[in-house]
Design a protein around this ligand. Structure first.
Ligand code: COA
Length: 260
């Protein structure tokens, strides 16, 4: 399967996807969104992969937004379709992926770029990163979930301010806001993400997938998250991972999870 706009490699059960349009600051055009969908779908099925890191190529940008040149002449109908399709193929897809996805925010994460980072399960930033939702400066609003996920992560008042001012915040402020979990010098970013992914990969993949769903259900108005947690908790007891995890504990050895 060929990719024109992304690179990906798998090392020690951790996949890294790199959005690779550095001349356009890795802006998300439709083709890139489709390729990312294909890559995430493939990695989700690959039993050898336990965690995924996504980053941007070059040292300037994670993703500088949706590709403005693609939608500048769109009608309302086309705009609506763009948002709906993008949310389905990429942003909701990543958020609900059964494997952990870490955003390594290595520079500008603006508009669709910040929306992509926010769809990931958590974020780590380099100290040069700048984040914002500048859409209202273009006469449009965030369309890839930004009006929903930003308030979830930073609270309503901060989200309103960021969206209405269309301004950017630096990595330090993003850390302060809880938008990113860690900030490190750029040359340490992928190393830290790799270490976190590796730590995650020592744990039960099945339990992690249930945990992702249960946490996501906290933000789904049509689902009672507590009930969802009880059901997922119960399901864990029937898994080989649970058998291995508890047996390893009793035998005072490190668990080797089958992932089933
Ligand atoms: N869509 C399409 N192209 C984009 C882009 C986007 N979101 N963001 C950057 N680019 C392109 C630029 O057009 C430029 O292409 P060119 O060299 O062919 O002219 C190239 O990437 C480099 O960007 P440039 O603006 O020259 O870099 P800069 O360092 O001066 O500024 C930014 C960096 C991020 C501040 C600026 O690119 C920017 O504001 N981008 C748009 C951000 C945005 O509004 N995103 C939300 C979209 S909904």
């Amino acid at each position: 399967m060929k990719y024109q706009n992304i690179l990906f490699n798998v090392e020690e059960r951790i996949a890294t996807i790199t959005i690779n349009r550095p001349n356009k600051l890795n802006a998300l055009n439709r083709e890139t969104i489709k390729e990312l969908h294909r890559a995430f779908a493939k990695l989700e099925k690959d039993k050898k992969v336990l965690a995924i890191i996504i980053t941007g190529s070059g040292d300037k940008a994670f993703v500088a937004g949706a590709d403005i040149s693609e939608f500048a002449n769109f009608s309302g109908k086309e705009g609506k379709k763009l948002a709906a399709k993008g949310q389905e193929l990429l942003f909701d897809f990543v958020e609900n992926l059964s494997k952990p996805v870490i955003a390594a925010v290595n520079g500008f994460a603006l508009g669709g770029g910040l929306e992509l980072a926010m769809s990931c399960h958590f974020r780590v930033a380099s100290d040069n990163a700048k984040m914002g939702l500048p859409e209202v400066s273009l006469g449009v609003i965030p369309g890839y979930g930004g009006t929903q996920r930003l308030p979830q992560l930073v609270g309503k008042g901060r989200a309103m301010e960021m969206i209405m001012t269309a301004g950017m915040i630096g990595a330090g402020q993003a850390l302060d806001y809880g938008l990113v979990n860690h900030v490190v010098p750029q040359d340490e970013l992928l190393g830290l993400c790799g270490k976190l992914a590796s730590k995650i990969s020592n744990n039960s993949p099945v339990a992690i997938s249930y945990a992702i769903k249960a946490v996501n259900d906290c933000f789904n108005n049509s689902i009672n998250g507590y009930v969802s947690e009880i059901n997922a908790f119960g399901k864990c007891f029937g898994t080989d991972d649970f058998k291995e995890g508890t047996t390893a504990f009793m035998e005072k050895r490190k668990a080797d999870f089958p992932g089933e």
